[in-house]
Design a protein around this ligand. Structure first.
Ligand SMILES: Nc1ncnc2c1ncn2[C@@H]1O[C@H](COP(=O)(O)OP(=O)(O)O)[C@@H](O)[C@H]1O
Ligand SMILES: [Mg+2]
Length: 355
């Protein structure tokens, strides 16, 4: 029996999605192998020990607050109310999305505690989160990414919409470099929409991407592993009307997941190869979902790599593995094992103080 701390919630706008994923994991995790310690990060960012039944739509602002004491072999996570350490976790299952969840910050904190955790390490998490840096690494690996420019906040007033459309066509996409779940992402067709989109995108980041629109099918591939990452078949996101974020995230039936997507064997082969190359180019480990476009001419583009993808039992990532013959419960076990084996490999390195 291993103690696993499941950490969910967080300050990101994706708090609710994280809690939904956590509830599914709680229902499915193999209780003959793992004992779960539930840690919720409330919307203010406070860490709290939770009872499993306490999770609602959000992590409630109740339950003992926790403090971290790095350096101890055990007992690094301490209840503030009675100063007692909580049961020592042997690994951490992070199920957080967006800023401070999949951007390397919490990964750094957990590395300081010296515990294995699910998801790419600090470097992979942060480069995948930053769409600007990620695109540069993907391009360097010989993969196709949308053409575009990166604008810093202080340069925003020099933008010329007409010039941009001459270079990148219309519509164009405007998006913050570091966000998720389409927050701040806009597809624009007019100068007015463009001005509003820029205004909005800069609410979320000091760096914004302006991109050509890639006309194509949206296909996603689930990748799993450390040294030898394995890729599933691809799933497709099908939206009923013209692209709309509401369709994708608000209403359950407006966006459909097709698993597996109908692609030729040749296309599937290329998509999987691109997915694994993207995973490796961004230093991903344990798991990531690689989101791609397939154009009518058969060209594959990488849109982005999500290092802690949605993980409810109907989310794309677990559904793709289910299709590949790995049920949800087994997938959870594999993720924890991969986290532990990466940690063991790192522990063997001569990086720390030795007596
Ligand atoms: N260059 C692009 N061409 C076509 N569609 C795009 C482009 N960029 C983003 N999109 C659309 O917007 C959605 C959200 O953008 P994405 O870059 O994936 O940001 P997020 O991190 O918020 O998911 C994508 O799933 C896709 O439908
Ligand atoms: Mg996306």
């Amino acid at each position: 029996m291993k103690n696993i701390a499941l950490i969910c919630g967080g300050k990101s706008p994706e708090h609710e999605i994280s809690v939904r994923s956590a509830k599914n994991i709680l229902r499915a995790i193999d209780r003959s192998l793992f004992r779960v310690i539930l840690i919720g990060i409330d919307r203010q960012g406070r860490w709290r020990l939770q009872e499993e039944g306490q999770l609602g739509k959000f992590v409630p602002a109740e339950g003992p607050q926790l403090a971290l004491a790095p350096g101890n072999a055990t007992g690094q996570i301490i209840r503030i109310d009675n100063h007692q350490p909580i049961e020592q976790p042997e690994a951490i299952f992070l199920i957080l999305h967006g800023p401070q969840g999949e951007d390397g910050t919490i990964q750094g904190l957990i590395r300081i505690l010296g515990l294995p955790f699910v998801g790419p390490d600090v470097l992979g998490s942060s480069v995948a989160m930053d769409k600007d840096v990620a695109k540069r690494l993907l391009r360097e690996a010989g993969l196709n990414v949308a053409r575009g420019i990166v604008v810093q906040a202080h340069e925003r007033h020099s933008l010329d919409y007409k010039k941009l459309t001459q270079e990148f066509g219309s519509p164009i996409f405007v998006k913050p470099a570091n966000m998720g779940s389409s927050v701040g992402v806009h597809k624009v067709k007019t100068a007015e929409q463009f001005a509003a989109a820029i205004e909005d995108a800069f609410l979320y980041d000091t760096k914004v991407l302006i991109e050509e629109m890639i006309q194509g099918r949206e296909l996603e591939c689930a990748v799993l592993g450390n040294e030898n990452p394995q890729a599933t078949k691809v799933g497709e996101i099908v939206t009923a009307e013209e692209y709309s974020f509401d369709a994708k995230y608000e209403s359950e039936d407006a966006a459909k997941l097709l698993i597996p997507a109908e692609v030729s064997d040749e296309e599937l082969g290329r998509l999987r190869l691109v997915a694994v190359k993207a995973y490796q180019a961004l230093n991903c480990e344990v798991l990531s979902r690689v989101d791609m476009f397939l154009t009518p001419e058969g060209k594959v583009y990488v849109n982005e790599v999500n290092t802690l993808p949605g993980f409810t039992n109907i989310s794309m990532y677990p559904a793709l593995w289910e299709e590949a013959g790995i049920p949800y419960t087994e997938l959870i076990t594999r993720l924890i094992r991969l986290a532990i084996s990466r940690h063991e490999a790192r522990k063997r390195l001569k990086t720390g103080w030795r007596e």
